[in-house]
Design a protein around this ligand. Structure first.
Ligand SMILES: Cc1cc2nc3c(=O)[nH]c(=O)nc-3n(C[C@H](O)[C@H](O)[C@H](O)COP(=O)(O)OP(=O)(O)OC[C@H]3O[C@@H](n4cnc5c(N)ncnc54)[C@H](O)[C@@H]3O)c2cc1C
Length: 499
């Protein structure tokens, strides 16, 4: 408890973000009262579910869109450093939860897996070499390897190298400290723990509206689907962690910080391999380059996944268009998100992003065979009968007016919106997503509870030893953090088993 005051907290939505914020608050202020309202009948069923996202522990070890090629040919790795540092924060908190026995079997949600970038064609091969030079000189990426010779590549990615001419220009980088994260399992584990610590979980309860109260708190209007009742609940602090559903509730809150923001939904489809013999021939997450005109979230990748104690193989995501903001959402989500305060922003984006909308609609209309052709760029021998389509989650990209992009600019990152008085926060956007849940929720805590943060700092540092420090600038701390997190999360032992 802080300043002698016990607060009432409402978390809306039971995905990874609410689970993370709830877990952080429970450690910082165990006697604050937390209630969770979730419209579905389970936790982690929307984007956080293991089949609805790619399960990449995004640490910028393989995603080419996190580095930019400068006009002089040099490679800017600032964004990659930032994303890696954020993932290190998440890993440290998860390691703390394991060491404190709040989570028992880390292998249920995180497994070591090499992360690789793969490019074809001479120009791309040269770019990857320059990128490798820039990245491997930073302590965060020091162990990144680079190869162009087919013999080495056959060892790294046999399935991808089958049936390729030895004259093909192809290159890859590999780093063994990558991970596959089952965010659905992690969400469930965190909520189980929170429930055992007295957090009230209300399933099949949709939040329909929320209003400020005179004392500076919030009244939250909740619909109980089972009983059909409308309930009112009060809170000092509200977190809108509804994934794609956050924008509508942010608009209903009426806070000025939420005005002028719109959302654009992009759906995802994966192909899953049904032939276990083929699944066993691949052991990595291999990220390629996004096709020209494609949004960054549709970078194709071939991923080993660990789901329900079984190794799987997924390819995608293929982007698509649906007006729904959640997989279990409504066809009216997009149209009802247009309000007088964001209509100009939305219309400007509509004009600017015609090309993207056309691209997404074309993607939806693609036949399975057309998708197989894209898969064959990765797995030349892929047979249609070994692969099936899996519908993944919806991402709602933020649209807002920015200085650089002007009116109605589509954003591909995560956006945190908080009220000036810190009584409410909402999370919008989807990338890098679940991997950065811990630093993003710590950011919300700093912004919404500035009066408590000094008092909480020692505990935050116990949970995240690198809190407030840059690991890339502190190689000794980086080494220590890597050792302790790898041991706690079982990444060192499991790496030895699988390599
Ligand atoms: C195709 C795809 C691939 C991705 N790949 C990755 C990846 O590889 N790595 C990564 O780190 N991230 C990835 N992401 C992003 C990641 O999945 C999301 O950032 C993350 O899961 C969002 O978590 P959340 O808790 O905000 O939302 P969600 O998990 O969507 O949870 C929101 C919850 O709120 C509930 N809800 C909604 N409205 C209401 C309401 N009014 N009342 C009550 N409850 C409500 C929903 O039912 C849901 O349970 C991917 C996403 C997609 C779609």
């Amino acid at each position: 408890m802080s300043n002698g005051e016990t607060k009432e907290v409402i978390l809306i939505g039971a995905g990874i973000m609410s689970a993370t914020l709830g877990s952080l608050l429970k450690e910082l202020v165990p006697d604050w009262k937390i209630k969770v309202f979730e419209k579905l009948d389970k936790t982690g069923e929307e984007s956080s579910n293991e089949w609805n996202n790619a399960g990449t522990g995004h640490a910028a070890l393989c995603e080419l869109n996190y580095t930019k090629e400068n006009p002089d040919g040099s490679v800017d790795i600032k964004k990659a450093i930032n994303i890696n540092e954020q993932f290190q924060v998440s890993k440290q908190f998860w390691a703390y939860l394991v060491d404190s026995q709040l989570i028992r079997r880390p292998q249920e949600f995180i497994m070591p897996l090499p992360h690789m970038s793969l490019v074809q064609g001479q120009k791309n091969v040269e770019f990857l070499k320059r990128r490798h030079e820039a990245m491997s000189s930073n302590p965060l990426f020091a162990s990144m390897e680079y190869a162009t010779d087919h013999e080495t590549l056959k060892k790294w990615i046999p399935l991808i190298m089958e049936n390729r001419a030895t004259t093909d220009a192809i290159a890859a980088t590999k780093i063994d400290s990558g991970t596959d994260v089952n965010f659905g399992a992690l969400t469930r584990l965190l909520f189980q723990q929170l429930e055992s610590q007295g957090v009230e979980m209300h399933y099949q309860h949709s939040v329909d509206d929320l209003k400020r109260t005179r004392d500076g708190g919030w009244e939250v209007k909740v619909r109980d689907h089972a009983g059909g009742n409308l309930e009112n609940h009060k809170a000092d602090f509200v977190f809108i962690g509804c994934g794609g559903g956050s924008l509508h509730l942010l608009q209903k809150s009426g806070i000025p910080e939420g005005k002028g923001i719109g959302g654009f939904p992009v759906s995802g489809i994966f192909m899953s391999c049904t032939n276990q013999e083929i699944v066993e021939q691949h052991h990595a997450k291999v990220y390629g380059k996004a096709p020209v005109g494609a949004p960054p979230m549709s970078v194709p990748h071939l991923d080993t996944r660990y789901i329900n104690n079984k190794k799987s193989l997924l390819f995608g995501p293929f982007a698509g268009f649906s007006p729904k903001f959640l997989k279990n959402g409504s066809m009216f989500d997009l149209i009802t998100s247009v309000k007088p305060s964001n209509v100009l922003t939305m219309l400007s984006a509509g004009v600017k992003e015609m090309g993207l909308t056309k691209y997404l609609i074309e993607q939806v209309l693609q036949s399975k065979e057309k998708r197989m052709e894209q898969l064959r760029e990765f797995v030349p021998n892929a047979k249609s009968e070994d692969w099936e389509l899996v519908i993944a989650g919806q991402r709602v990209q933020v649209i807002k007016d920015t200085e650089e992009g002007g009116k109605g600019t589509l954003q591909f990152g995560t956006e945190v919106v908080t009220a000036g008085d810190g009584s409410i926060a909402a999370l919008l956007g989807a990338s890098p997503g679940a991997s950065t849940a811990v630093p993003v929720m710590l950011d919300i805590i700093e912004r919404c509870f500035p009066e408590n943060i000094k008092e909480w700092e020692p505990k935050i540092k116990e949970m995240v030893p690198s809190y407030g420090l840059s690991l890339s600038e502190n190689p000794e701390l980086l080494q220590k953090v890597n050792q302790t997190t790898d041991r706690a999360l079982g990444l060192d032992q499991n790496k030895a088993i699988h390599n």
